[in-house]
Ligand binder design. Structure first.
Ligand code: SF4
Length: 500
């Protein structure tokens, strides 16, 4: 679709709207000629002092329609930016709806955090009913998604209850996997090819943990939750995992942490010995991610294990015993069908875990299956899968507690974490609702610094690949310095504001 902007350059939000509503379209930029161009949109912003008018005129296969709306601009520059961006999303959506009749699940909401819209409305003092009405009447969110959103917003309020300015969560990344899944877009090295990098990686990580621990003690921060992800952390041997956890405990105070999660991930990496090590080190939440229980789908995505292996792994997990276990499924995997997905969900529910995450396939450029042209379920089929999952999970006693959306996600749906009461993965809520800073260690670590009072978020990224991460430790030291400065300023400002 050809896009043309007048009076602004909000490329990102326009592209988000385009991808959310028409995932098969790709943006191109330039002057629109309605006689020549088949699909196009002209988005115009007129700013006045305390309001802006956004007009989108959208053309689709010979039909076109304009939609105009004026929104008040209030608050600081950051808040006004958000209001302009939302207005663009709404006007684009209404023009697209008028021309094509589309009714996407999340209406005009295009961001990755739809729950934030609800939590912000609640912070403004809206009741749950009023919040629901705004999601319906202003953003055109469908009833099923409004319910998901409000349930997740309730969990976010719960997670935010005993907040402290000094809270932070710790993430440690292990960017290795036994083999690479076909749909993977993470920077994850298959250990077959990079086994020799694991030990040097762990040595560098130990140095990063040491200096980060020192910084956290200097600042007086409080570790609220811990998450080890990847890649697949259980690609490490039991001995390597034990050493890594010992280093973490020696350098951080875990006494106030509400949870310690390790993504066990792929069943082909899980052994009883590794689970025993996790248990002995106080890990209270693990995640086993079969993605599907259909063998032909596992083969299609490049997994080298079967559904029977997952069952055997879950028996071992139950025997070792963890307070919380999450399992991940993906709706929309290549070669899957709504019937296959329902079978997978029912089989996974039989394991009796207290946490289940239902992802929707997101195919980024470069994922192998996009190149190999496997049969990918249609948007309608993915919709059927999710329509099955929602009531089945509710009936089994689960409620959604966090969710997010991704670019290139099939049908513009969502990934949603579901849990039985008390099974919430708090780290997932903290990071998704941006309730406090996340300090990320390891290759590819993405540290997010959150200053809620000042409405400020900054990010610092570690080097992505294990080899460059081990070769250039100065990069993580630089990121730690940025984290230190950010937190120090935030704490100083608060202290000063408290002085009489
Ligand atoms: S397990 Fe996850 S990180 Fe590893 S290759 Fe598969 S999708 Fe990528």
């Amino acid at each position: 679709m050809k896009l043309h902007f007048v009076g602004h350059d909000y490329k990102y939000v326009a592209e988000q709207s385009l991808l959310a509503l028409f995932p098969q379209e790709r943006p191109v930029y330039g002057q629109v000629d309605p006689a020549e161009d088949r699909r196009w949109a002209v988005i115009t912003i007129e700013d006045r002092e305390n309001a802006c008018t956004v007009t989108t005129e959208l053309g689709w296969d010979g039909k076109s329609a304009p939609f105009s709306l004026t929104v008040p601009l209030t608050g600081d520059d950051y808040a006004r930016e958000g209001q302009r961006r939302r207005a663009i999303g709404m006007s684009f959506f209404r023009a697209a709806q008028a021309v094509t009749g589309i009714a996407p699940p999340w209406g005009s909401l295009t961001g990755i955090r739809p729950v934030k819209v609800a939590t912000e409305l609640r912070e403004e003092g809206k009741t749950w009913e009023e919040t629901d009405e705004i999601l319906r009447d202003t953003y055109f969110v469908t009833p099923q998604r409004r319910r998901l959103c409000l349930d997740a917003a309730r969990a976010a309020e719960e997670a935010d209850r005993d907040r402290d300015l000094r809270d932070f969560s710790l993430y440690v990344g292990i960017p290795f996997c036994p083999t690479r899944c076909a749909y993977c877009s993470f920077v994850s090295n298959s250990v077959e090819k990079s086994f020799h990098l694991v030990e040097p990686y762990l040595e560098t990580l130990a140095r990063e943990i040491q200096s980060a621990g020192e910084m956290v003690r200097d600042l007086g921060l409080r570790l609220k939750s811990f998450y080890m992800g990847g890649g697949t952390p259980t690609t490490l041997s039991a001995d390597q995992m034990g050493r890594l956890l010992d280093t973490l405990y020696a350098n951080f105070d875990f006494s106030g942490a509400v949870e310690r999660t390790v993504e066990a991930g792929r069943p082909d990496t899980i052994t009883r010995e590794k689970l025993e090590v996790l248990k002995a080190h106080g890990v209270d939440r693990i995640s086993v991610n079969p993605q599907t229980m259909e063998d032909h789908v596992l083969r299609a995505i490049g997994r080298r294990h079967t559904a029977a292996d997952i069952e055997a792994t879950m028996e071992t997990v139950a025997a070792v015993g963890f307070p919380h276990v999450n399992m991940d499924l993906i709706a929309g995997l290549p070669e899957d069908t709504p019937e296959g997905f329902s079978r997978s969900l029912r089989r996974v529910l039989d394991f009796g875990t207290d946490n289940l995450t239902v992802h929707t396939l997101s195919l980024k450029k470069g994922s192998r299956i996009t190149l190999e042209g496997s049969r990918i379920p249609s948007v309608e089929e993915v919709g059927e899968m999710l329509d099955f999952a929602d009531p089945a999970l509710r009936q089994a006693g689960f409620l959604p507690y966090y969710l997010y959306r991704q670019k290139y996600q099939s049908g513009s749906f969502e990934n949603a974490g579901w849990c039985r009461s008390g099974g919430e993965g708090w780290y997932n809520i903290y990071i998704m609702e941006e309730l406090h800073s996340i300090l990320s260690l390891g290759g590819g670590g993405s540290t997010k610094m959150v200053d809620r009072a000042a409405n400020r978020i900054e990010r610092a990224f570690n080097l992505k690949y294990p080899l460059e991460y081990t070769q250039r430790p100065e990069k993580f030291l630089e990121n730690q310095q940025a984290f230190r400065t950010f937190c120090h300023r935030m704490l100083m400002r608060t202290e000063q504001s408290r002085k009489p």
